[in-house]
Design a protein. Structure first.
Length: 85
């Protein structure tokens, strides 16, 4: 998958952060994404990803706002489903 394959929900006007977080997931390998479990605690998800700041937000470049764990999980699950994993 390449960044031109990033899909934003139709009912949503995307900002720079929406695009950045989806591009972030598009660069994750299928094997990494298959490890993810919906029933993990927030702390387990943060540890699995390994790219969260101490304040609990995902570390992204080019973002207008912070991605907290709830939005992270929502976008990640959409991404996994779209990739058919």
């Amino acid at each position: 998958m390449n960044p031109t394959d990033i899909e934003i929900p139709v009912d949503h006007v995307p900002d720079e952060t929406d695009i950045s977080v989806r591009a972030y997931f598009s660069r994750m390998s299928d094997d990494k994404l298959r490890e993810y479990r919906r029933d993990w605690s927030d702390e387990q998800v943060i540890q699995w990803d390994g790219n969260f700041r101490v304040d609990g937000a995902l570390m992204l470049v080019c973002c207008e706002r912070d991605i907290q764990i709830d939005e992270y999980r929502e976008v990640l699950q959409e991404h996994i489903q779209r990739r058919g994993l």
